[in-house]
Ligand binder design. Structure first.
Ligand SMILES: *Cc1c(COP(=O)(O)O)cnc(C)c1O
Ligand SMILES: [Zn+2]
Length: 430
């Protein structure tokens, strides 16, 4: 059967058919690395409210199936926070657990949107291979949850520092496993270990930002916003670690422009990083497509002090064709970096004015918006979308539904480095 989408290589324009047995993640032509982009057959979006959660946007998701228990982002117009900032048209996109607002993502972040979309693109469990996903925290939790619900075999690889974030609200079946890298590894170390495991027989890589399902799952935030607002917002604010969610919003804004019913606006992107480790902000401010050189020690020291540890990717898709640099350039966007204290204050402000506890990364995003309003980067009369990418843990904790996930596999840094195709079988923690 012909699929409802094709893949386009942004660098060379090659048209690629998605893999039947996994995910097509890159172009095989000989040129510098580039993201692929999903090109959907339908250029106008038909919202399908009869389908669960984000699958109401199935026309623009590279999914083979829909998942019954799917949630979605919610978008509403702010009054409390908007008044405090003197803004007329501030919309908040919230992805997390806030039942009063209709937000039912039980892993409390927008990573659940990508997990839903990726699992809906993945081959069925009968295919027999295990999906490998690396994470700094929220992605891992989201995949453990959606993997448990769908039964898609997977191995989630995290640095030890993220272990306290590994919980679900459902029982975990034997085919869904957690691997923990101990001994000072960070997110990038976990990504590299994940890549080595994925290269072995019986495994395949989720691909991170290269997976169009990941990006378009995150991009449903913008579709929910367009539905709620009736038009493409003038400005989009998000905390970025890899920038995947930001690239996704940019790509969806282009699809919405092509649709034509949501205006012809080039939505300006505003990306916010957390100060002890803000390499994309640094690169952007120096006008460079290249990330600044930073020693591993210095990077890890910065990362260890981050208020939001999910914002810690040392190799984000910044300079790659179709990545963060291109997105910011195309929209005349801005980058910010905010301190831990600014983020915390912003979080408290949100909680007191809007009434829900934001994820540390979402606190970072709001701190960036406050900065932008103060410095006149946005006009207070314009339509602004603030992507509050996570929150609501406190209520879930109170409801007593969090189940800790314990490691199934443990890797030392040395084992991780030596991990190649032929050596070291995976051994389970007993
Ligand atoms: C991962 C994450 C981000 C950053 O998203 P990227 O796509 O990695 O830039 C922001 N907020 C939350 C809550 C996250 O989990
Ligand atoms: Zn190509």
């Amino acid at each position: 059967m012909e699929r409802h989408y094709r893949l386009l290589c942004i660098a060379c324009g090659r048209d690629i058919e998605d893999s039947e047995s996994g995910f097509s993640l890159e172009c095989r032509e000989n040129h510098p690395p580039s993201l692929l982009r999903a090109v959907y057959r339908r250029k106008t979006l038909t919202v399908r409210p009869e389908l669960p959660g984000i699958f109401r946007y199935a026309d623009w998701l590279p999914a083979r199936r829909t998942l019954e228990s799917a949630g979605s982002p919610v978008v509403y117009q702010s009054s409390g926070l908007a008044d405090a900032l003197g803004m007329d048209r501030l919309y908040i996109a919230f992805s997390g657990y806030w039942p009063r607002r209709g937000a039912l993502l039980e892993t409390c972040s927008f990573k659940e949107l990508e997990a839903l979309s990726v699992c809906a693109r993945a081959p069925l469990p009968s295919h027999g291979r295990t999906l490998v996903v690396s994470s700094a925290g929220n992605t891992g939790r989201a995949f453990l949850q959606i993997g448990s619900i769908t039964g898609i075999p997977m191995l989630v690889v995290i640095p030890e520092s993220a272990l306290s974030d590994m919980w679900t609200t459902v029982a975990k079946p034997p085919g869904v496993n957690l691997g923990v890298l101990v001994g000072g590894g960070d997110y990038l170390d976990a990504i590299e270990l994940g890549n080595r495991i994925a290269a072995r027989d019986g495994f395949y890589s989720e691909g991170g930002a290269k997976n169009v399902a990941r990006r378009d799952g995150l991009g449903t935030v913008l579709l929910a916003a367009a539905e709620a607002i009736g038009e493409i917002p003038a400005h989009y604010f998000q905390a970025v670690g890899s920038g995947t969610g930001g690239i996704a919003a940019w790509e969806m804004s282009m699809r919405l422009r092509e649709d034509g019913r949501y205006g012809d606006r080039a939505m300006k992107l505003h990306f916010v990083q957390n100060d002890p480790f803000a390499i994309m902000a640094e690169a952007w401010h120096s006008g460079s497509r290249q990330l600044p050189f930073m020693s591993e020690e210095k990077a890890k020291a910065g990362i260890s002090r981050l208020h939001s540890k999910v914002l810690s990717n040392r190799k984000p898709p910044y300079g790659i064709t179709g990545g963060v640099f291109d997105a910011l350039t195309d929209t005349g966007g801005h980058m910010y970096s905010v301190s831990n204290a600014e983020a915390r204050d912003a979080g408290l402000l949100f909680e007191s004015l809007e009434g829900c506890d934001p994820d540390p990364a979402a606190q970072v995003a709001l701190a960036g918006l406050i900065h932008a309003v103060k410095t006149g980067k946005v006009d207070t009369g314009e339509t602004v979308l603030l992507n509050m990418t996570g929150g609501g843990k406190r209520l879930l904790e109170k409801e007593g539904r969090m189940r800790k996930v314990t490691p199934d596999f443990i890797f030392t840094m040395q084992e991780a480095r030596d991990f190649t195709k032929t050596e070291m079988p995976l051994t389970k923690v007993s």
